[in-house]
Design a protein around this ligand. Structure first.
Ligand code: E4P
Length: 223
């Protein structure tokens, strides 16, 4: 299981990278636009914070497969270290994924709403697929079931593509796709912050500390 940060907020990325087992950062055009900075400068800054070895996902904007491929190569040239190009799962995107795969450029097929889209993207050579769990739920679908069916299809056809589940609004959705067999998840910082926080845990920790201090004195640790 790999955990990615779905954000381009440098402060939040730096904090979460320090405290959580993070494998990289995913962005999309809306996430980048929110930061209101020259995008290449922002992307370079993210890379500096997370390090060369962690993946940064950047989405192409072009309409045609050729534009997407050109953009992908431009982004790869401008940024160092592990970069994965996000390509929408349209007909044009599938062709771009095929072309980029032929040149060993890793891709993630994004905006996945159906298991069949994920199957075709994997056959085209996508390294990752990103099913949009909460957006599927909002369409009266079932995002977790979509993830589970992709797991089953990839197992049936022995496809090496990894499921990087995206678009979450709560911790329960993240938990459910992990149980369904997603290889990784990308999550908004506000939700990652809720992964660990649990009132009973905080209460237990406070009780242990109090009994310890009552016996050994304030500010005494095991040292
Ligand atoms: C990640 O690849 C997606 O762009 C992102 O998770 C979408 O999340 P949202 O539905 O919260 O915008």
């Amino acid at each position: 299981m790999k955990l990615y940060i779905d954000s381009a907020d440098i402060k939040q990325i730096a904090y979460l990278h320090e405290y959580f087992p993070i494998s990289g950062v995913t962005t999309n055009p809306s996430i980048i636009a929110k930061e209101d900075r020259p995008y290449l400068d922002l992307l370079q800054n993210i890379k500096e914070v997370i390090g060369e070895e962690r993946e940064l996902f950047v989405q192409v904007i072009g309409d045609t497969p050729e534009e997407m491929v050109e953009e992908a190569k431009f982004i790869k040239r401008k940024l160092s270290g592990e970069i994965v190009l996000k390509v929408p799962v349209t007909e044009e995107g599938i062709k771009a994924i095929k072309l980029l795969t032929a040149e060993n450029i890793p891709t993630l097929a994004t905006t996945i709403y159906t298991p069949f889209q994920a199957l075709i993207a994997a056959m085209a050579g996508a390294k990752y697929v990103a099913p949009y769990v909460n957006r599927i739920d909002n369409l009266i679908g079932n995002g977790v079931k979509v993830v589970s069916e992709i797991v089953s299809l990839y197992s049936t056809y022995q496809l090496p593509t990894e499921i990087l589940a995206a678009s979450f609004k709560n911790v329960q959705q993240v938990h459910d796709v992990c149980l369904a067999g997603a290889h990784s998840v990308t999550v908004d910082p506000e939700i990652i912050a809720k992964f660990i926080a649990f009132p009973a845990t905080s209460k237990d920790v406070a009780e242990f500390k109090e009994t310890w201090q009552n016996r050994y004195g304030v500010n005494k640790t095991n040292l």
